[in-house]
Design a protein around this ligand. Structure first.
Ligand SMILES: Cc1cc2nc3c(=O)[nH]c(=O)nc-3n(C[C@H](O)[C@H](O)[C@H](O)COP(=O)(O)OP(=O)(O)OC[C@H]3O[C@@H](n4cnc5c(N)ncnc54)[C@H](O)[C@@H]3O)c2cc1C
Length: 421
């Protein structure tokens, strides 16, 4: 077990941080000013994307690139500390073509796209020429159970017809967003098992019948790229729109949520580090009742606890990333679920402490704290609610314990049945 990042990672950490300091952070105010005026900062981001690509800081997240695909071919373990650096500034991942939901969509297309889908969708995504969205969750059903999804994908002579309503479709109003990966139930009249009833289709957003109804504010924060409610009404797509096999939608949804799930957790570590830094700075400079806030015992405890908890989470993220690299997504399922639960909770806890140290200012948009708290809260739903992930961990633990039933008997002394003496 080696706790050092390897040389490749250290060199990239240095280059990425340098790029952030030189070229991205100086534009943060401009990004905010534009976003606040309701102008999407597309041009600003596109210019930075071109620079990042030139410097080879591009597609840092995808290990399995083919020779003709641009990117760094890092392992997940190597990528984790880089995602942490990007995570400190919530809009910066896009500059390096590493933002959700594209990362998950690219992973999925990498695994399942036909050559034609690869040309039309994957390569433009890998080059950062377009963006995409993922439409699974629906307002009318409990979508944490993907077998509930009821949007219909009906075969018609020349392809499929999609009908349904989705929401929390992240990124749908990004000016470069060109298509959605839509999950729906195969409406072909055949009897199918619960996990083989769904398919996924690639739907260009300019197809007649696709309508973006609204951008849903998340606890009063309106994302510039949108978390949207989208209507699909009699949307015709050709046979080439089908991703993978008919009825394989559930398996595809599972495959999509491998590394993509821990990218959020990696960014959480960066966001919590930022909150801890801000909390510490504020505590050192602010005085109340004759001493610095940093001299109050409770605030020292919050700082220490945050340090310990962030380091603990980082180690778990790295272990999950390493297991994905060495043993694959499936073998790392439980590790990914565990860190998913931990990350959202950590983020709200650390951010809550930081907001408290900042006083009322902590709740305003003058600091990133309240936005980051909100994102931490959202993380407890994104890619499945905590309870589903806890279920995955519990199932695995109980299976392990069941296999060893009786092995612990020597460690305790059950009450003796005296009636038998
Ligand atoms: C900011 C944000 C962005 C998102 N982006 C996307 C996106 O891009 N694409 C997309 O398709 N979706 C997206 N989502 C939606 C997200 O994936 C869903 O909210 C999540 O899967 C839960 O589905 P649901 O909201 O329908 O909750 P439900 O399924 O209705 O669940 C409600 C509650 O029931 C409980 N519950 C559910 N299952 C269990 C269980 N097995 N055991 C115990 N309790 C349980 C949990 O407490 C859960 O919170 C996003 C959500 C947010 C907040």
């Amino acid at each position: 077990m080696d706790f050092q990042y390897n040389e490749t990672t250290q060199a990239l950490q240095h280059r990425l941080q340098d790029f952030m300091d030189r070229l991205v952070l100086p534009h943060h105010r401009q990004w905010h000013d534009l976003a606040e005026r309701g102008v999407h900062p597309t041009q600003l981001i596109d210019d930075l994307k071109a620079l990042a690509k030139d410097e080879g800081l591009w597609n840092l997240f995808l290990p399995a690139l083919r020779p003709d695909e641009p990117g760094t071919r890092l392992t997940n373990l190597e990528y984790a500390p880089l995602a942490e650096i990007m995570g400190r500034l919530h809009w910066s991942s896009e500059v390096f073509n590493c933002s959700a939901p594209d990362t998950g969509n690219m992973e999925l297309l990498h695994l399942f796209a036909t050559p034609a889908q690869r040309e039309r969708y994957l390569l433009p995504l890998l080059h950062g020429a377009i963006r995409s969205t993922f439409a699974m969750t629906e307002p009318d059903v409990a979508s944490s159970d993907a077998t509930n999804i009821q949007t219909t994908i009906r075969p018609s002579g020349d392809g499929y017809v999609v009908n349904g309503r989705k929401w929390f479709t992240t990124g749908a109003i990004h000016p470069h967003c060109r298509f959605a990966i839509v999950m729906g139930v195969c409406d072909d009249g055949r009897e199918r098992a619960a996990h083989q009833r769904h398919s996924m289709v690639l739907v260009p957003l300019d197809t007649p019948g696709v309508q973006i109804l609204r951008n849903i504010p998340i606890m009063h924060h309106l994302a510039v790229d949108g978390h949207c409610e989208v209507l699909f009404r009699d949307v015709h797509v050709g046979p080439e729109a089908l991703l993978g096999e008919e009825g394989a939608g559930f398996a595809l949804a599972q495959a999509r949520l491998g590394p993509g799930r821990i990218h959020h957790c990696m960014r959480t570590i960066g966001q919590c580090e930022l909150a801890l830094d801000l909390m510490g700075e504020r505590a050192l400079e602010r005085r109340a009742f004759g001493k610095r806030l940093a001299d109050q015992a409770n605030i020292r405890d919050w700082i220490a606890e945050s340090r310990i908890e962030i380091d603990q989470a980082r180690l778990l993220v790295l272990r999950a990333a390493d297991r994905i690299d060495r043993e694959g997504n499936r073998a790392a399922r439980v590790d990914v679920s565990a860190i998913k639960v931990l990350a959202g909770r950590l983020q709200t806890r650390v951010l809550d402490r930081a907001m408290q140290v900042f006083g009322a200012m902590g709740l305003t948009s003058d600091t990133p704290l309240s936005f980051l708290w909100t994102w931490g809260r959202a993380l407890r739903f994104v890619d499945g609610p905590d309870e589903v992930h806890l279920g995955v961990v519990a199932k695995s633990e109980l299976a392990r314990i069941q296999q060893r039933t009786g092995a612990n008997t020597p460690y305790y002394t059950p009450p003796r049945d005296v009636s038998r003496d």
